[in-house]
Design a protein around this ligand. Structure first.
Ligand SMILES: *Cc1c(COP(=O)(O)O)cnc(C)c1O
Length: 372
């Protein structure tokens, strides 16, 4: 087998793959002096609303800030508890923390998404909301979570940072709860050239409140400052780039789903591995494969073996669930999630990856397990 280099993610590809178009967008926006909250942002927000089916969208500086202002706009108050899946970015819990609430970590299930049974066991009289992460480009079983929310009178705020375009029962991630946030970090499926994010909601009051928080608490019409706000706006230039990329987003998703099908075909019989659900293997789920996160026996050895053969992999979040970051002060054990974190590994999954790359990665993995 001939060695080839398969980086986990190629950041410069985000730019050079469409360099000419991006440069002309920069020129166009720059010459108009359209830097903050101009037409390009409004266009992008409208197109994003149309794509997702959300009633309202707002560009924000990043998804972390988006989650923070969504929680504040929802009226989350000091002492409130918000349940989240510990298999998520620390950002999810940080947003809860900075909204003055208590982040309560829950277990994930076999598909690596929040486990509704664990959520049910964690509800107390202080619980105000569930914040599920639509992880790896897959949407949770929102029926199960909605049933819990109805039973206990809880809000749902989705961390849909990784899930633009992903669906559960035909409905898009980010449109189930009271509000949600999506990330446009460069390595996300819809990545901009820096930080960026959006919040989505179907609730007019949430929309007005999040709009105020986004822009210094200023009333758009009067200019009056009516609440203590923040500055968490999406740059108009990034919005212009995102609007251009959103128009081709179906290609991005189809490319990733094709790669996932290829991984499945080439690795489906390797008994030392657990693969993510294959595309179209469950009619309730439409996954967009932000990540291809497997579980593997002898995971750390496999990672080294792949690295020595030119293949980049990543263990999500630096190898720990949120509750395992000791200095954040959590004092819980989540055995399922902790075991999962000794086994999980993300294989390359991105726009610059070819089918030949996937074939090579899979051949090396088969060689490692002696399953040629
Ligand atoms: C990327 C990510 C975030 C944070 O998004 P930013 O736009 O970088 O703030 C939050 N949650 C999850 C699950 C993410 O993957």
């Amino acid at each position: 087998m001939k060695n080839r280099s398969v980086p986990f993610f190629n950041y410069s590809h985000v730019f050079v793959s469409q360099e000419e178009q991006f440069l002309s967008i920069v020129q166009d926006v720059g010459r108009r002096g359209a830097f903050i909250m101009q037409k390009d942002l409004l266009d992008f927000e409208r197109n994003l609303a149309e794509y997702t089916g959300a009633q309202y969208t707002l560009g924000v500086s990043n998804a972390t800030d988006g989650l923070h202002i969504a929680l504040r706009a929802a009226g989350i108050a000091p002492g409130d508890e918000v349940i989240f899946s510990s298999h998520t970015m620390a950002a999810t819990a940080a947003a809860i923390h900075y909204a003055s609430a208590v982040p309560v970590p829950a277990e994930c299930g076999p598909d690596h998404l929040i486990d509704p049974k664990s959520v049910a066991s964690l509800v107390t009289s202080k619980t105000k909301a569930i914040m599920p992460t639509q992880l790896n480009g897959r949407t949770c079983d929102m029926d199960a979570l909605q049933a819990l929310a109805d039973e206990h009178d809880l809000l749902i705020i989705e961390d849909a940072a990784q899930a633009l375009g992903s669906k559960f029962k035909g409905k898009m991630a980010g449109t189930f709860g009271l509000a949600s946030a999506i990330s446009f970090y460069p390595a996300k499926t819809l990545g901009c050239l820096g930080d960026g994010g959006a919040v989505l909601t179907n609730d007019p009051h949430m929309y007005e409140m999040m709009k105020l928080y986004r822009d210094h608490g200023r009333d758009e019409e009067t200019g009056d400052v009516v609440i203590w706000g923040l500055n968490t706006r999406l740059d108009n230039l990034q919005a212009a780039i995102l609007d251009y990329k959103l128009a081709q987003y179906d290609d991005e998703v189809n490319h990733r789903r094709g790669l996932a099908a290829s991984y499945q075909e080439r690795l489906g019989d390797v008994k030392e591995l657990v693969l993510p659900p294959a595309p179209d293997s469950d009619p309730n789920h439409y996954d967009i494969f932000q990540n291809y996160e497997i579980e593997a026996e002898r995971r750390d050895e496999l990672k080294v073996y792949l690295k020595e053969r030119g293949i980049g992999t990543l263990i999500q979040w630096g190898g720990k669930a949120v509750h395992q970051f000791e200095k954040l002060g959590f004092d819980v054990s989540l055995p399922y999630t902790e075991r999962m974190f000794t086994r999980c590994l993300m294989l390359p999954m991105n726009r610059s990856l070819s089918n030949d790359d996937v074939a090579y990665v899979c051949a090396v993995i088969r060689e490692f397990y002696g399953s040629n």
